[in-house]
Design a protein around this ligand. Sequence first.
Ligand SMILES: Cc1cc2nc3c(=O)[nH]c(=O)nc-3n(C[C@H](O)[C@H](O)[C@H](O)COP(=O)(O)OP(=O)(O)OC[C@H]3O[C@@H](n4cnc5c(N)ncnc54)[C@H](O)[C@@H]3O)c2cc1C
Length: 441
Amino acid sequence: MAPRHLIIGGGTAGMNAIRTIREEETERSAITLVSAEKPYSRMVLPYYLDRSIAESHVFTATARVLRDWNVTTHLGKRATALDTNANVCTLDDGTRVEYDDCLIATGSSAVRAPVPGADGPGVHSFWTLDQARGVLAQIQPGSHVVMIGAGFIAFTILNSILSLGAKLTIVEVAPRILPRMIDDTGAGLVQSWLEQHGVAVRTGAKLTQIDEVKNRRRLKMAAGGDLVADVVIMATGIRTNLEWLKTSGVKINQGIVVDERLRSSAPNVYAAGDVAEGRDLITQANAVHAIEPTAQEHGRVAGANMAGKDVRYRGSLIINIVEVCHLDVASFGAWDDAKAETASGVKADRPAYRRLLWRGDRLIGAIILGPSSDIWTTNDVGMLKGLVQSGVALGSWKAHLKKNPFDIKLAFIATKTTGSLLPETILGRPSKAPGETPVAV
Ligand SMILES: Cc1cc2nc3c(=O)[nH]c(=O)nc-3n(C[C@H](O)[C@H](O)[C@H](O)COP(=O)(O)OP(=O)(O)OC[C@H]3O[C@@H](n4cnc5c(N)ncnc54)[C@H](O)[C@@H]3O)c2cc1C
């Protein structure tokens, strides 16, 4: 009998796994996809919000594509239990799906600040397509939008909110914006930039309650200075979708603990993406990296192993990149490692900032920001990521970078970093041309 693969979750990790199974398998297998939502990309929702793409463009596979890939689907249904002894997954309508191996790729969900009124009308999360529809329907030109939380996700939708003609206030409980993405210096520069572009920012500000007043929201703040908003967006974090696995016996820490092949503690159960706790490229410890590149790579490595290949994953790199009001802001790897050797440079008038972190002569992390119109900002973002990702030995270029943290290009070229990144894909083989395969990977 053909092997039966079950994919639970049709987001980035799940869809990459399906593609890779079809790409790598030597005998045609049976693939079943169970997903609470139709396959789409969360990462493009900001472009749907600012109306630069139509809703149809967020989907990553239509019913026809899934049929062409010969995938049996249970869409709009949730997995509610996994019996890893009997190899059966139960769905919310009672359907039982048997498998030979399965991939858990159920991602994460938005969490709201636990304050009275957080679930009231006019208060939104922005994580799913449904939630994006809700926000889009509410924002009018001139609306006052208050965003609670100044983390990465808040910053991915900031431009879209402004482009709809709304007035924006950002409230952050931590002493600085982007507290898990950049340091104090970087955060100070970004905050000033936003304020110059008309965005009000309150840091160290604790929301205590939301009331409805004449069809608007009054936000009570612990230190006073209440805010009145037309729309409130809670960008206050996410949690992995794991509750349904309580009785599965699969080992769970912050996420489903996986080995270098993306296998969980049950050998025929894999996990990938936001829900998985896999190896970190820099620290080599296990961690949850709830970002798109990790979901893609996890999905591909898990898919290849499910298709019978033996692929080891070298680990995922933290990559945070946002652009706000034409300022590029990024951090990579161990950007906040207190033990690392560091060098930094600031040009407050641009503003531009670089912070580089080393272990020995290898870069293990970086922070970079600068105006998008400065061509070297954009180039440096890619080159810094390459230097951290490749872990290339910098030799004497380390001293050069320490003295000149803005001169990334020379070190990147001289150390032949491109050459070390190009030869093979994450599956440990050269790229294949489109046409040879169902998709170019
Ligand atoms: C607005 C926004 C912007 C973002 N921008 C970026 C960015 O710029 N860069 C970046 O790196 N990352 C970004 N991300 C994060 C990125 O989208 C996620 O890391 C990525 O989607 C994770 O992929 P995944 O496959 O693990 O999970 P998801 O894409 O969340 O997919 C999970 C799937 O599982 C389904 N599911 C959940 N529970 C069940 C269940 N019990 N049974 C069946 N199905 C279930 C869900 O419906 C969904 O289809 C952004 C996210 C958002 C919301």
